[in-house]
Design a protein around this ligand. Structure first.
Ligand code: ATP
Ligand code: MG
Length: 710
């Protein structure tokens, strides 16, 4: 715990003065209110590391919560990087979703607080809601069951009981899918159906939270033990807390106030589930001596992306909108966002796949790209186009990784090996895992067909996860691997796969990628038809915020697209989303681009990314400009001559070895070489994308090119 160690100083240098103020604030209430990409998540992870390192609290006494398992995984990764993620037998900071935290606590406290009756997690409510509806004399269609289920979810998250449901709907002006009385009856029947005659219970996700809060509220002994165990609380994305989750948070805290929250009211996108930014906005009312920090500098995205984000949200109205701050981009300039209007959805998907192919060729890894859409059903057309283009991908929000049958099967097979090979470790372990998975279908090359491919991708991800864990821990046995897999399965933390991410806008919150494709941006999709149908301002505002969340996920490349028809040759009756009216001129450009060869201009969709300026995104004309990847008059912070020489050299190498140029060095790596101009092998391997193997193979060539051009 060195007070002024190099680690600590290095870390301090990674924070700006406002972030530092939040990190160093004394124990007690802290609230960071700031826009997207301003480093809120970074700030809280550093704050946790600071509190732990300065001995204010032990890592195991900190509970950090957020809302999606992916965001929790992101937080854990960042905490590990800061050295407070646990390991070597010491408990680390717990960074989990509200649900995972509640589940863990309930498992622990249930026997003591409730006793003999048992509970089981109900992770699919659908059949029970269906039965409950039939109990009430309904003959519901699938869609009606789904609507009833959302109503029950909303009511439970808002702490509204069946008895109070009808009145609450009236009070908040909510439109119920069927008569409010009927919803209330189904809701009550649903609750009854979850307990059997012996008192054993099925608990849905909200029950986990409700039960845990109730136990802490009512059982002093349990509450005391809990509060002794957890002393410091942190909530990321606090604008999306529901009244029920807030109740649990209150139960955790008791009379204490060691709570750090961060959030952005303009990213409130879960109102339909009962989430509300009022707890964030009223934080200082509740904790009068809270430290408040506002952040404005956007470290995630290029100024071009930030400009669009600011424009999109500037049109917002209402209380939430009043809290926004204009983001100020901190990164070097990048390409302008692209706007693409397509005839139909398959064409849109092909265009996106093609562009992804170009970015891959330019060295952007697949794992650094995402396609984001409004509803999960929109993924199918993009899955097809990507499969056709041979681009690996994974879908978020489908079956979660550990729920996939092949992963369950793989874990069972590996467990079967544990008796004889439990202590196998290191490379041997990776070998054992690969061999086991080969028998389950992990071939050297991916198979054809979307399903088979998905299965293959997840098996491969399991091998990658094993490698990662091994590298991270410096050693790992089969027994340890299995225990890690089980605990991840419980927390549903999937390993990152090496494919393009397909995700709904909702599930993308808090995450970031180098390249983001926002697709299906039509009226009826964003804003979604149901929001338009309500004819009220607030549902539309929520959709606007959703687009804002989407735009702000991109670090560098951003493409916004929409299709005029659903099917090929279909009626082109759709309209671009109203939210892009703030950039009408640019967006109109996307629509007016000449069709193939019409004006002798570039052929649509055939344009190569190396043919656009890396600073302003304009299409380049001359060979010289293309080699430098920028216009003659755009500013440059790197040695252009060297860059050109490197590209020429790479082209030569590629044709000599008959391999694609990007497998030698990506464009990003070439830019980095031209920027840093390394003179020694040691300096060369410090550059991203150059490991020992590449240095052995190409180091001499590169160093002599640097020598020649500097
Ligand atoms: P969101 O609202 O989308 O959740 P956020 O405010 O949580 O965004 P972070 O994810 O913490 O933002 O940070 C955005 C990016 O900026 C991350 O890649 C992070 O590492 C980087 N970043 C944050 N602060 C700094 C800083 N002071 N210097 C350099 N990079 C930073
Ligand atoms: Mg964040």
């Amino acid at each position: 715990m060195s007070e002024q160690g190099p680690d600590k100083r290095r870390r301090a240098a990674q924070l700006d003065p406002e972030q530092t103020a939040a990190v160093l604030a004394p124990r007690g209430p802290v609230c960071v209110l700031a826009g997207a990409g301003t480093g809120k998540t970074r700030t809280i992870t550093h704050r946790i590391a600071h509190l732990v390192e300065d001995g204010h609290v032990a890592a195991g006494q900190v509970l950090a919560v957020t809302f999606t398992s992916r965001a929790a995984a992101e937080m854990r990764a960042r905490l590990r990087a800061l050295g407070v993620g646990g390991g070597d037998g010491a408990p680390g900071v717990q960074a989990v979703t509200f649900h995972a935290a509640a589940m863990r606590q309930l498992r622990y406290f249930w026997p003591r607080a409730i006793g003999d009756t048992r509970w089981q997690l109900l992770d699919n409510k659908f059949p029970i809601v269906g039965r409950a509806a039939r109990d009430c004399g309904l003959r519901p269609e699938t869609d009606t069951i789904r609507d009833l289920l959302s109503e029950i979810d909303w009511a439970k998250a808002s702490e509204i009981t069946p008895e109070l449901y009808a009145e609450a709907v009236e009070r908040v002006g909510r439109t119920a899918p069927v008569a409010p009385r009927t919803v209330a009856d189904v809701y009550a029947a649903y609750e009854r159906r979850k307990t059997d005659q012996d008192g054993n219970r099925l608990l849905d996700f909200d029950d986990l939270i409700l039960m845990t809060a109730a136990i802490l509220d009512e059982n002093h002994q349990v509450a005391e033990e809990f509060r002794d165990r957890y002393r410091s609380f942190v909530v990321d994305e606090y604008q999306d807390v529901t009244p029920l989750q807030q109740r649990l948070l209150n139960a955790w805290l008791g009379e204490r106030d060691d709570l750090t929250v961060v959030g952005d009211a303009n990213q409130t996108i879960y109102s339909f589930t009962g989430a509300s930014p009022r707890y964030l906005l009223d934080f200082t009312r509740r904790f009068e001596d809270a430290t408040i920090v506002r952040l404005q500098r956007d470290y995630r995205s290029t100024p071009q992306v930030v400009e669009l984000a600011n424009k999109v949200i500037s049109a917002a109205t209402g209380r939430v909108a009043g809290t926004r701050l204009e983001l100020v981009g901190q990164r070097p300039a990048g390409p302008r966002p692209r706007y693409e209007e397509c005839d139909d959805e398959p064409a849109e998907a092909r265009l996106v796949a093609e562009r992804i192919g170009e970015l891959l060729a330019a060295g952007v890894p697949a794992s650094e790209m995402a396609i984001l859409y409004r509803i999960n059903a929109q993924s199918a057309v993009h899955e097809n186009a990507l499969t056709e283009a041979g681009i690996p991908y994974q879908v978020r929000g489908g079956d979660s990784f550990f729920e996939r049958p092949e992963i369950g099967q793989a874990i069972r097979e590996l467990s079967g090996r544990a008796t004889e090979s439990g202590s196998v470790e290191g490379d041997e372990l990776v070998g054992l895992v690969s061999a086991t998975l080969e028998r389950l279908g992990l071939t050297a090359e991916p198979p054809d067909g979307a399903r088979a491919r998905e299965r293959w991708e997840s098996l491969r991800a399991l091998v990658e996860l094993t490698r990662d864990l091994l590298a991270e821990r410096g050693g790992l046995t089969l027994i340890e691997l299995l225990s890690e897999l089980r605990s991840r399965a419980e927390a549903k933390h999937p390993p990152t796969m090496q494919g393009v991410t397909l995700s709904s806008l909702h599930a993308a919150k808090g995450l970031e990628w180098d390249a983001v494709f926002l697709v299906g941006l039509t009226e009826g999709s964003v804003p979604i038809a149901q929001a338009i149908a309500k004819g009220e301002a607030e549902p539309i505002e929520e959709e606007r915020r959703l687009l804002y969340v989407g735009v702000t996920r991109a670090r560098e490349h951003l493409q916004l697209s929409w299709a005029l028809a659903r099917n090929e040759g279909g009626r082109r009756g759709r309209k671009r989303t109203r939210f892009l009216d703030v950039v009408a001129a640019e967006a109109d450009d996307g629509a007016r681009r000449p069709p193939a060869q019409a004006s002798g201009g570039p052929i649509r969709g055939k344009r190569r990314s190396s043919d656009t300026c890396r600073v302003c995104g304009k299409i380049l004309d001359t060979r010289d400009e293309k080699l430098k990847s920028r216009c003659e008059d755009c500013p440059s912070d790197l040695n252009d001559d060297l860059l050109m020489a490197l590209k020429v050299w790479r082209t030569g190498q590629a044709s000599e070895q008959k391999i694609p140029p990007y497998t030698i060095f990506s464009n990003a790596t070439l830019f980095a070489i031209a920027e840093h101009q390394p003179r020694t092998r040691a300096a060369l391997v410090r550059i991203n994308g150059i490991g020992a193997t590449k240095a052995d193979k190409y180091g001499e060539d590169v160093l002599s090119l640097v020598h020649e051009h500097v």
